[in-house]
Design a protein around this ligand. Structure first.
Ligand code: NDP
Length: 288
């Protein structure tokens, strides 16, 4: 088994962007500016946004964070997005999800100018992605493609089983894996909570992409010998031995599966860091 080291690849990408930004700075070019909106104080969301802002600082982007209490109204949030859409000094805007229940997520996602939508969630970007047109790809699926490319993993004609059909991971990666080109041209099956006998699908897969949110759902007996495994899951489980009181595990039972598969992403250190790297790539693209 070979580890698909998303951490190392993300560092390589960040270094390349950092060099690009330094050249832009030296020649008086545009420095990408990413803006993040965080509503509430969900600890996981706080960590994600902090990491995104820190990554911007690391590579020389400008970054701005707007924090709001959960009492912010939908109207106020939409007005703030409008203001940022109209601010030419800001190139990328992300609104950290989830949002409080009284705010309609679809309205928020659609309010972001699709040209500043570095998360790739806007219907315009999703539509362009499906039509194989240039667009901002959703950051996590984009990161998965980058990993497959880096390790030269063959996808053409392979059976790819995607477990999960969320708007941000499962659904877009299933479209991307079946698009013409590389990585793509796979025969894709999408499984979800209504799938009967999940194992009968995953056992036939040359490539499994698990984006479920159920700790270690994919067990050794659900995986074919030599399969490639992309584990998107990031699940916090209690661990009294850790200072934080928890540890992260994926949707795949890593220790059981690692000697049976050919390639696997670790959790943490696999898909997670690539999501941030691809968000930065989308921001660079938006600024360009
Ligand atoms: P969602 O909760 O939005 O979607 C989960 C999907 O899994 C749904 O389509 C659901 O089916 C399906 N599902 C749930 N239980 C089962 C089951 N027992 N068998 C088969 N399918 C099932 O999750 P996300 O896509 O947002 O996230 C998935 C995981 O990936 C989470 O652990 C999340 O933390 C992680 N994540 C990691 C990122 C990274 O950067 N590494 C980025 C984004 C997410 P149905 O549609 O029928 O409800």
């Amino acid at each position: 088994m070979q580890l698909l080291d998303g951490k190392a690849l993300s560092q390589k990408i960040k270094l390349q962007i950092k060099e690009d930004v330094a050249k832009r700075a030296a020649s008086g070019g545009i420095i990408p500016h990413l803006c993040a909106i965080l509503v509430g104080n969900d600890p996981a969301s706080e960590t994600y946004v902090r990491n995104k802002i820190l990554s911007c600082e690391e590579i020389g982007y400008k970054s701005t964070m707007f924090r709001y209490d959960t009492s912010i109204t939908e109207e106020e949030l939409l007005a703030k997005i409008e203001e940022i859409n109209n601010d030419e000094s800001i190139h990328g805007l992300l609104v950290q999800l989830p949002l409080p229940k009284h705010i309609d997520v679809s309205k928020v996602v659609e309010k972001v100018d699709y040209r500043k939508d570095v998360d790739g969630f806007h219907p315009m970007n999703i539509g362009r992605m499906a039509k194989n047109m240039p667009c901002a790809l959703p950051a996590t699926p984009y990161g998965i493609l980058k990993i497959l490319e880096e390790y030269k993993i063959e996808t053409k004609g392979k059976n790819c089983v995607v477990v999960g059909r969320s708007q941000i991971v499962g659904s877009p990666i299933s479209i991307l894996m079946s698009r013409p080109g590389y990585p793509g041209n796979a025969t894709v099956t999408v499984c979800h909570s209504h799938t009967k006998d999940l194992a009968s699908f995953t056992r036939e897969a040359d490539i499994i992409i698990a984006a479920v949110g159920v700790p270690e759902l994919i067990k050794e007996n659900m995986v074919k010998e030599g399969a490639v495994i992309i584990d998107v899951g990031m699940n916090r489980i209690e661990d009294a031995t850790r200072k934080s009181g928890f540890r992260l595990v994926g949707d795949v039972a890593f220790d059981e599966v690692k000697d049976k598969c050919s390639f696997i992403t670790p959790v943490p250190g696999g898909v997670g860091p690539m999501t941030i790297a691809c968000l930065l790539l989308n921001t660079l693209q938006a600024a360009s």
